[in-house]
Design a protein around this ligand. Structure first.
Ligand code: NAI
Length: 482
C-alpha cells in the first residue's frame, strides 16, 4: 500500500487529500498539521472549512484510508510520498517585506522531513512557492539526508475555493514538474499514477520543475488580471452610461477571450491572487525586469482602486458622510460558497466605512462573528500568519463600531444603506420590500457584486448603485470622490 502524508490540513491539503483517498482506495492518506484545533475539527462532524461536497467525502473515507493527525513526524517518517501544503504568506518584515513569499513554514517542514526520514521519499511542493524554491528545498533535504534519496516534485494546486471538490474531481489539468534525470522522471511517473486513477492522461501535464512552479504564479496573475481589466472597464462604464454586464458579455463572446471570469465586482480577494502577484513582482524585480514587475503591479493597484472607489461611492452618495449611520454589510467571505475571509475585499471596504465613522452590522451565512472581528482588527499581510504559528501576531485593536448579525433582516433594520460584498445566492431572493420598509429613508443599496435586480429595487423605492451599471439619477448628481 502506497502511503501518502500531507503536511498542512488547510483549504488545499484537506480537500485534495480527501479526494485522493476517495479515488485511490489502495492508498493510505494521512493529513498532518501542528494546529491541534484544526485536526480535531477534521476528526469531528464540524469540519474546519466549508466546501460544498467535502463533508460527504470525508465521512466516507475517514478511518478507512483517510486520517487526520497531529503526529506529524511519525506519519512523515512512514510515508512514501510527502505533500507539503503549508501556507506561504507574504513576508511582513525584513528583506522583500510586503512582496516576497515567506517560506518560514515551508523551510521548517523541509528540515523536519530531513530530520525524521529513514527511507527514500518523494517530496511534493503543493504550496504555491516562488520559482526555484525546489532548488532550495533540495539543498535542505540533501544536506541533512543521511544517504536517503529525496526527489522533489512541483505539483501546484489549481482548485478554486467554493468549487474545490468539483475542480479536484474534474481538473482542467494536473501539473507535475520534476528533475529531468532518470530518478526525477521515475518520481514524476509515481505521482502521475496516483492522479491517473481518475484524471485522463491527456490532462496530466509534466514539465521541468521551474516551469511548474512558475505556471502557478502565472495562472493566478492572468486570472487576477482579467478581473482588474473588467473592473477598470466598470469605472469607465459608470462614467459613460455603458453597462459593464453588456460590455463583458460582448467582449467574452470573442472565442480568443472567452466569457469566464469577466464579472465586475468590488474587487478580488482570497489568500492567493494578491500574494502570488506580489511574489511574481518581487521575482521580476530581483531579476532586473522592472517593466514586467510594474505591469503586474498594476493589477493590484486597480484592485485597490476598485475597493476605495466603492467606499467613496457609498460615502459621497449619502451626503458625503456616513458618520453615526448604520450600514448593513451583506456578505463578508471573499466569494460565495466559502467561509474563507482571507484578503476579502469586505475587509478594506468595512475599514474604509468605519474610518468614516459608519456603524456596521454585518451578515454572512458562513463567517462567524469572531472571524469578522479578528479580520477587521488585523494588520495588512498578518492575516495569513496564523496565531498558532506566530504567537506575537494576534489582533492589534478591537473594533467597537461593528456588530455581526445572524439574520439579514436584523442586520438591515433601521439601516441607512445596504452594501452587498459577497455574491451569495440567497441575496438574490431576499424580501427587499420588507428590507426597504425596515430601513431609514432614503434607503440605499450598494451592490458590489451585481446580484440584485436593479429595476425591481428601484421600483420598491431604493436608490441603487450596482458596479459598472448606468447610474441612478440620484448618484449622477453626487459624483464619487475617487
Ligand atoms: P492554510 O493556511 O489553510 O493551511 C496551511 C496549514 O499548514 C495550516 O493549517 C498550518 O497550521 C499548517 N502548517 C504550517 N506550517 C506547518 C508545519 N511546519 N507543520 C505542519 N503544519 C503546518 O493554507 P491553504 O489555503 O491550504 O494554502 C496552502 C498553500 O496552497 C499556499 O501556498 C497557497 O498559496 C496554496 N494554494 C491555495 C489555494 C486556496 O484556494 N486556498 C489554491 C491553490 C494553492
Amino acid at each position: 500500500m502506497v502511503k501518502i502524508c500531507c503536511i498542512g490540513a488547510g483549504y488545499v491539503g484537506g480537500p485534495t487529500m480527501a479526494v485522493i483517498a476517495l479515488k485511490c482506495p489502495s492508498v493510505k492518506v494521512v493529513v498532518v498539521d501542528i494546529a491541534v484545533a484544526r485536526i480535531n475539527a477534521w476528526n469531528s462532524d464540524q469540519l474546519p472549512i466549508y466546501e460544498p461536497g467535502l463533508d460527504e467525502i470525508v465521512k466516507q473515507c475517514r478511518g478507512k484510508n483517510l486520517f487526520f493527525s497531529t503526529e506529524v513526524e511519525k506519519h512523515v517518517r512512514e510515508a512514501d510520498i510527502v505533500f507539503v501544503s503549508v501556507n506561504t504568506p507574504t513576508k511582513t518584515r525584513g528583506l522583500g517585506a510586503g512582496k516576497a513569499a515567506d517560506l518560514t513554514y515551508w523551510e521548517s517542514a523541509a528540515r523536519m522531513i530531513a530530520d525524521v526520514a529513514v527511507s527514500d521519499k518523494i517530496v511534493v511542493e503543493k504550496s504555491t512557492v516562488p520559482v526555484k524554491t525546489a532548488e532550495a528545498i533540495e539543498k535542505i533535504l540533501t544536506h541533512n539526508s543521511k544517504g536517503i534519496n529525496f526527489q522533489i516534485l512541483s505539483n501546484p494546486e489549481f482548485l478554486a475555493e467554493g468549487t474545490a471538490i468539483q475542480d479536484l474531481f474534474n481538473p482542467d489539468r494536473v501539473l507535475i514538474g520534476g528533475r529531468e534525470t532518470p530518478e526525477g522522471q521515475k518520481a514524476v511517473q509515481a505521482l502521475k499514477s496516483v492522479y491517473a486513477q481518475w484524471v485522463p492522461e491527456a490532462r496530466i501535464l509534466t514539465t521541468n520543475l521551474w516551469s511548474a512552479e512558475l505556471s502557478k504564479l502565472a495562472a493566478n496573475a492572468f486570472l487576477a488580471q482579467r478581473i482588474s481589466s473588467v473592473n477598470a472597464m466598470s469605472a469607465l462604464c459608470e462614467a459613460t452610461g455603458a453597462n459593464v454586464t453588456q460590455v463583458s458579455h460582448a467582449v467574452g463572446k470573442d472565442t480568443r477571450i472567452g466569457s469566464k471570469f469577466l464579472n465586475a465586482s468590488v474587487g478580488f480577494g482570497g489568500s492567493c491572487f494578491q500574494k502570488d502577484i506580489l511574489n511574481l513582482v518581487y521575482i521580476c524585480e530581483c531579476n532586473g525586469l522592472h517593466e514586467v514587475a510594474n505591469y503586474w503591479k498594476q493589477v493590484i493597484k486597480i484592485n485597490d482602486y476598485q475597493k476605495s472607489r466603492f467606499v467613496n461611492r457609498v460615502v459621497s452618495s449619502m451626503f458625503n458622510t456616513v458618520s453615526g449611520k448604520k450600514v448593513a454589510v451583506l456578505g463578508f467571505a471573499f466569494k460565495k460558497d466559502t467561509g474563507d475571509t482571507r484578503e476579502t475585499p469586505a475587509i478594506d471596504v468595512c475599514k474604509g466605512l468605519v474610518g468614516d465613522k459608519a456603524l456596521l452590522s454585518i451578515y454572512d451565512p458562513q463567517v462567524t462573528e469572531e472571524q469578522v472581528k479578528r479580520d477587521l482588527a488585523m494588520r495588512k499581510f498578518d492575516w495569513d500568519h496564523p496565531p498558532h504559528l506566530q504567537p506575537n501576531m494576534g489582533p492589534t485593536t478591537a473594533t467597537t463600531d461593528v456588530t455581526v448579525c445572524l439574520d439579514v433582516y436584523e442586520a438591515t433594520k433601521e439601516a441607512h444603506a445596504v452594501c452587498i460584498l459577497t455574491e451569495w445566492d440567497e441575496f438574490k431572493s431576499l424580501d427587499y420590500k420588507k428590507i426597504f420598509d425596515g430601513m431609514r429613508k432614503p434607503a440605499f443599496v450598494f451592490d458590489g457584486r451585481n446580484v440584485v435586480d436593479v429595476d425591481m429595487l428601484r421600483d420598491i423605492g431604493f436608490i441603487v448603485y450596482s458596479i459598472g451599471k448606468p447610474l441612478d439619477p440620484w448618484l449622477k448628481d453626487m459624483p464619487a470622490l475617487a
